[in-house]
Design a protein around this ligand. Structure first.
Ligand code: GLY
Length: 256
């Protein structure tokens, strides 16, 4: 169960952030509205919010998840793979220091984006991506091992259309994963029950299990229906403006 989430509203220059999408520029007022609805959904799911100050120096800084990996046994600050984002760590460090007496860190030349890290029980899948390199993944694996967690690597560099591992993978608990088609045959996920998201609904794979509810992107009826059939209670949230900037639901918070 989670009790808190770190969040940061998008800055006025959010549209200057990184993106590989060709969906047009995000509309700032709309992004703010969508972010507030997201925050309300976290609160509705029982979380107390830790709101970081908006930071225009870092237009991607609303995507707080990339900057830390938080586990029940300790927190690790990452070293984001995009140079324009490395400065985001200081603010998140300050916020997490209120809750964790010791914070580990990923060091140069290692890079990790939190979006590449998917916790499944006592195991962590670590995506090797354009943002997370082998050295960073190895450092994280060692830090996780010191907290008594296992981990394994999933190379997603050849998978088209996803920035991070969690762009195509979500953990629903009870050994059940949501995955995009392209990841569904990977040996790494054998032994799990897979809910495979169709190509048309690929963006919806980045859903987030928060206590009793699952936050899902609005506009993806197949996955929503499937989750309903499995008796999950979903909250559908408009994410269009964040999608334009290569962001998903999980990216917008650090939950612990
Ligand atoms: N815009 C999110 C990222 O590229 O890091």
């Amino acid at each position: 169960m989670f009790s808190r989430a770190v969040v940061r509203s998008p800055s006025a220059n959010f549209a200057e952030g990184l993106t590989s999408r060709r969906l047009g520029a995000p509309v700032y007022a709309q992004a703010l509205k969508q972010h507030e609805a997201y925050c309300a959904a976290l609160e509705q799911s029982g979380l107390e919010l830790v709101r970081l100050e908006v930071d225009e120096r870092y237009p991607d800084s609303t995507f707080v998840e990339d900057v830390a990996v938080i586990t029940a046994r300790g927190a690790i600050l990452t070293r984001p793979g995009a140079p324009s984002r490395t400065g985001e760590v200081a603010g998140v460090r300050e916020a997490l220091a209120q809750f964790y007496s010791h914070l580990s860190s990923i060091h140069d030349p290692g890079t990790i984006d939190g979006g590449d890290v998917c916790e499944v029980g006592n195991h962590f899948f670590i995506g090797i991506s354009e943002r997370t390199n082998q050295t960073g993944a190895q450092q994280l694996a060692e830090l996780l091992a010191s907290l008594d967690y296992t981990s394994s690597f999933v190379d997603i560099r050849a998978v088209k259309g996803i920035l991070h591992l969690k762009s195509g993978l979500a953990n629903l608990g009870d050994d059940r994963l949501v995955v995009i088609e392209e990841l569904s045959n990977r040996a790494e996920f054998r032994g799990y029950e897979l809910i495979v998201v169709s190509k048309e609904e690929e963006y919806a794979a980045n859903c987030v299990c928060v206590n009793e509810r699952i936050l899902v992107a609005a506009g993806y009826p197949e996955l929503d229906k499937r989750l309903g059939e499995l008796n999950y209670q979903t909250i559908a949230l408009e994410m269009t403006e964040f999608q334009k900037m290569d962001g998903g639901l999980s990216c917008l918070s650090l939950r612990f």
